[in-house]
Design a protein around this ligand. Structure first.
Ligand code: ZN
Length: 437
């Protein structure tokens, strides 16, 4: 079996991947807070962990992976966006969830196997908070519930920071109800104008961190194989997830491997909303860039390195893909190249895998090897004809993958969504074709 090594943030080194159960490899990646369009940096973890899931399925078998990523659909920024439009929060969260998954489909990223919503996990969160209080790791004060950080001496093991630095780094709010400035919110009160749920501590809503701990427990178990997310989540978010989950579970580890991706930066300018140079996936697609080109661009640097996003990168990625499509022609997928697998198995070294891909002559091998990275999803004719609507093709691919994993509700949702846009799908022996009505 192909050896896979992953850089584990907890160990600060590459480790050979050994799943708890090779028949059920569990992955959890922190997902979006849905109140605006995803920028290209938000798409990076989705693409990176999709490649990892594809690699694991290739090595361990098509049904070996359970991949969960949450959607945060209750949060102060969502409430602010809803207030600005004077609509309920679900108008905001449904709109931006749809955009998010459509954008990802265009990038060749299928919907994860499990997509828990925060608002549908409230009882599990309340149950976990209750257990944390009973175990002496959390306390209620002034309608809030806080995690008692000094009660967990292992706090800080992932980020490896001294406590005083963590307190400064978290810019923690000084509040009279906190016993220690490092304590973080598990539950907070909602007034009558704010969304809220009944709880033993009064009507309120959860803090962000508890959401992931409760979802992982509910859907994947106490210890998962791989926990992923952006580097910026290591502290405080993942540190807090670990504290909550381990204290609720008799100290068993939350994850065997912690995998974090680096940032996307927009050339010389630091990516920030204030300077107006956020580039959303939607804008890039509207500019005519094809989803697969953006995907290849995101995979052009090693996932742990920063990725400088430039026009030149996108143009170069298009050239690389054109060449791969010319090599693959109309050949069906053959065997995956051993060196491509080896490169991906070495901590997901996509630049090396892409370099190897460019050196392969055999059309069937190129197609199979590229598809392991979610590339060359179209025929050369579709690609060069260029009239296939990328977004439609992406959604059809996502529907095909939903059907393959027997998620018929999602497959039907995609078909209905396309239908509402005047696009009819026809399933045949040769796959799915589409036409505009
Ligand atoms: Zn999380």
């Amino acid at each position: 079996m192909t050896e896979i090594r992953l850089y584990d943030t907890m160990a600060r080194e590459k480790r050979v991947f050994e799943p708890g159960d090779p028949g059920r490899i569990t992955i959890y990646v922190c997902g979006p807070t849905v109140y605006n369009r995803a920028h290209i940096g938000n798409a990076r973890p989705a693409v990176v962990f999709d490649v990892l899931a594809r690699l694991l399925r290739h090595v361990y078998g098509p049904d070996s992976v359970v991949y969960a990523a949450n959607v945060t659909d209750i949060e102060d920024k969502i409430m602010a966006a809803a207030a600005a439009e004077n609509v309920p929060i679900d108008v905001i969260t449904e709109r931006y969830s749809r955009f998010y998954f459509d954008d990802l489909a265009a990038l060749g990223v299928p919907r994860p196997d499990i997509v828990p919503l925060a608002t549908q996990t409230i009882p599990e969160m309340i149950a976990m908070i209750t257990r944390l209080i009973a175990a002496g790791h959390a306390y209620a004060a002034e309608s809030h519930v806080l995690f008692d950080v000094p009660s967990w001496p292992d706090y800080g093991k992932l980020s490896k920071r001294p406590m005083d630095e963590m307190i400064a780094g978290a810019r923690v709010e000084v509040a009279p109800y906190k016993r220690s400035p490092a304590d973080f919110v598990l539950w907070k009160p909602s007034d009558e104008t704010q969304p809220g749920w009944d709880s033993p501590w009064g009507r309120g809503r959860p803090g962000w961190h508890i959401e992931c701990s409760a979802m992982i427990e509910a859907h994947l178990g106490e210890t998962i194989d791989i926990h992923g997310g952006g580097l910026d989540l290591i502290f405080p978010h993942h540190e807090n997830e670990i504290a909550q989950s381990r204290c609720a579970h008799g100290a068993v580890p939350l994850a065997r491997y912690w995998v974090h991706n680096g940032f996307v930066d927009m050339g010389s300018e630091k990516m920030s909303k204030s300077v107006g140079n956020i580039v959303t996936v939607g804008e890039l697609l509207e500019q005519g860039h094809r989803g697969e080109v953006l995907r290849l661009a995101l995979l052009s640097a090693h996932y742990r390195q920063p990725l400088a996003w430039t026009e030149a990168l996108v143009t170069q990625s298009k050239t690389v893909l054109d060449r791969l499509y010319r090599t693959a022609g109309d050949a069906p997928a053959g065997e995956v190249d051993g060196e491509v697998i080896a490169a991906l198995g070495d901590d997901l070294n996509t630049p090396q895998a892409l370099a190897r891909l460019a050196a392969i002559d055999d059309p069937a091998t190129v197609r199979a090897s590229a598809q392991l990275m979610g590339l060359l999803s179209q025929t050369d004719e579709q690609w060069f004809r260029g009239e296939g609507d990328e977004r439609v093709e992406g959604l059809i691919a996502a529907r095909g993958e939903a059907k393959a994993r027997r998620d018929f509700a999602e497959a039907d949702r995609i078909r209905d969504e396309l239908k509402s846009q005047g696009i009819v799908l026809e399933d045949g022996a040769q796959g799915t074709t589409w036409r505009r009505t």
